[in-house]
Design a protein around this ligand. Structure first.
Ligand SMILES: Cc1cc2nc3c(=O)[nH]c(=O)nc-3n(C[C@H](O)[C@H](O)[C@H](O)COP(=O)(O)OP(=O)(O)OC[C@H]3O[C@@H](n4cnc5c(N)ncnc54)[C@H](O)[C@@H]3O)c2cc1C
Length: 596
């Protein structure tokens, strides 16, 4: 059934507006072409990548480049690139599905994401016509490989503090680059680098397109890493590197903005890639649990193992629901900016900027869901989970980087709250009015009139209440601490986690509701169980984070009132989560794979 999506919600508004299920996209709605692209990506991994993971991790000479070239031959490097530059001009949602599927490619996935994302996009979205014409066709075809040089030894999370310098040559024809970049993905084989540097004593970074052959570039040997060992990661040194003035990207001083906006895209794509890896890992976990016999039965028959399998699936399904809800929101925003006359590139950047809070939420969630899935994967494999001869050991090591790059998860949690509060202060997001209403409601007598509820009406009530809990805690923290709130990071982390839980739980609810509307309740039986478990846990997490937060800044009557409010807004009826998880696990075990 084709469904029409009607949405005009803005980034962050999920906290104060009710979303209806017909305004979201759900992965059960992929069309045939999208499924075919996903299958091509999957087949590519199965044929070209998975059989040679050891060789890839040993960084065999030329191997990663040859894999990138093979992916290019299938058109995978140019999926989102306009046709005029040799790409396939697929929409944002389709590109995300390809990223998700290829995300299970371990080190290859990192090289692919770095090339097509941070390696190509700065030029694609900020380059002028000449720059795009010169570089994008080569990047789309894989003839040239891309890398992105932002981080320095002394400048990581504080990215604008880099020391790399650019000075104009005496004849005014070149910028002379000097400095050191660190942790640069694809550096070992990249032909073109987007390099961030400060011109003279500028406060802000500028960005430059730097070809390897410009000279004055040298590389350190490959870093020895915990995981993604096949991904090239090196330090890059610029020693009087002569960059033609026409290779300044965008305008002088615009580099930090470019870096931030490209990271918005990187964050949501990282969530997609993590999701793809998590699905494949869950399948391996289920298959091993079915095969492995202990005490005369397969370990999949034990409740402790069923719990892990079910929880892997619940986390994956919830993350996927939120990922494609946000992706479709961005797609809708892109279309509406284009309708207002913006170019496609500018519309993409504006759409991503609009949903930057959701992208940060998803970066944190995707990376942490994958970490949960690989960790329990190792546990289900037991001793074999610890063996480098079985797949979980690599999955476990390769997952860990996702919480560190594209902005650490701490930075992304801080950003989520910071962006929401700044939008509220600017009047773009009306948090104040609903927050005041919550206080008023708290002063009034609760409505004890318990009407008969359906699962959906009850779940919706929980979500609405959970949003009130967030507004209560965030509002009280902002009011009490004012400018000092920025220094109380523990409280900001609590609020970020509450916001994440609300977004994920609501996304899951809307997906299941839409699924039931499209396919009927019978076909969504397991998903309904997932919803019950997820909500039950999320409400508890929200309560715990809320309590931790308010105990950190309130006291006396204020504290008592806030604790009472949190209790009232996070109350749920009892759920037999043990049975629900068993139902979910049984289906996965019977199917012998992650199947939702
Ligand atoms: C394998 C790999 C590949 C990478 N690829 C690239 C690449 O291609 N291009 C590129 O430019 N960079 C790349 N990076 C760099 C990556 O983006 C940075 O490592 C990351 O941004 C963190 O910076 P840092 O390592 O300096 O850590 P730091 O910034 O030193 O952070 C250390 C710890 O302190 C915390 N912290 C820092 N500041 C704050 C704060 N204000 N409040 C609270 N906590 C804080 C962090 O969350 C973290 O837990 C890569 C890194 C790795 C490991």
């Amino acid at each position: 059934m084709e469904t029409i999506i009607k949405s005009a919600i803005k980034g962050g508004e999920f906290l104060i507006k009710e979303t209806t299920f017909d305004s979201i996209f759900i992965p059960e709605e992929w069309n045939e072409e999208q499924k075919m692209i996903a299958q091509t990506c999957y087949d590519f991994l199965a044929k070209e990548v998975w059989p040679i993971l050891d060789k890839i991790d040993a960084q065999e000479e030329g191997l990663m480049e040859s894999l990138m070239n093979k992916a290019a031959d299938l058109g995978l490097l140019g999926l989102n690139i306009p046709e005029e530059f040799g790409g396939f001009e697929k929409d944002f949602v389709t590109g995300m599905l390809a990223t998700e599927t290829l995300g299970a490619g371990h080190s290859f996935a990192v090289a692919f994401a770095a090339h097509t994302g941070i390696g190509t996009q700065p030029i694609l979205y900020y380059g002028n016509d000449m720059q795009k014409a010169k570089y994008i066709p080569k990047l789309a075809s894989g003839e040239w490989k891309g890398a992105y040089c932002l981080t320095e030894p002394g400048s990581g999370s504080d990215a604008n503090s880099g020391k790399t310098k650019a000075t104009l040559s005496a004849d005014g024809k070149h910028y002379i680059l000097n400095g050191q970049k660190m942790w640069i993905t694809n550096a070992g084989f990249a032909d073109v680098f987007t390099v961030f540097a400060k011109i003279d004593d500028d406060e802000n970074l500028s960005a430059f397109i730097v070809e390897k052959d410009f000279g004055g570039i040298s590389l350190n040997p490959e870093e020895h890493k915990l995981g993604i060992k096949g991904s090239s990661t090196r330090q890059v040194f610029f020693n009087d590197c002569k960059v033609p003035v026409e290779n300044l990207l965008s305008e002088r001083g615009n580099g930090f903005k470019i870096a931030v906006n490209i990271l918005n895209m990187g964050r949501i794509k990282l969530a997609a890639a993590a999701l793809g890896a998590a699905k494949v890992t869950a399948t391996k976990t289920i298959q091993y649990a079915n095969e492995r016999q202990q005490f005369g039965r397969s370990i999949a028959k034990y409740g402790a193992i069923k719990y892990k399998i079910a929880q892997q699936a619940i986390n994956i399904y919830a993350c996927e629901s939120a990922l494609y809800r946000a992706t479709q929101n961005i797609e809708d925003a892109i279309k509406s900016y284009e309708a207002d006359g913006l170019s496609h590139g500018k519309a993409i950047l504006k759409g991503l900027e609009q949903f930057a809070p959701e992208a940060a939420i998803l970066k944190v969630t995707g990376s942490e869901v994958l970490d949960y899935v690989v960790d329990e994967g190792v546990q289900v494999y037991g001793g074999m989970g610890y063996s480098a001869d079985a797949p979980m050991e690599r999955a476990y090591r390769d997952s860990r980087i996702n919480r560190i790059f594209e902005g650490t998860n701490e930075i992304n949690r801080l950003l989520t709250v910071d962006m929401l509060l700044k939008r509220a202060m600017k009047g773009e997001l009306n948090l104040m009015e609903p927050a005041m209403k919550v206080i008023q409601e708290l002063m009034s007598i609760p409505d004890f009139n318990e009407e008969e509820q359906t699962l959906f009406s009850e779940s919706k009530k929980y979500i609405a209440q959970a949003k009130k809990a967030v507004l209560l805690v965030a509002g009280a923290a902002a009011q009490k601490l004012m400018m000092d709130l920025a220094k109380e990071q523990e409280i900001l982390m609590n609020i970020a986690d509450m916001v994440n839980d609300v977004y994920l739980a609501e996304s899951l609810l809307l997906r299941v509701e839409k699924l039931v509307a499209i396919q009927g309740e019978e076909s969504a039986k397991v998903q309904l169980e997932m919803l019950k478990v997820y909500l039950f846990d999320a409400m508890d997490n929200i309560a715990k984070n809320g309590k931790d937060a308010v105990c950190g800044f309130a006291d006396g009557d204020d504290l008592r009132m806030l604790l009472l409010g949190i209790k009232r807004f996070t109350k749920t009826s009892a759920v037999n989560t043990k049975n629900a998880r068993r139902i979910i696990a049984e289906v996965l075990i019977n199917e012998n794979k992650y199947c939702f």
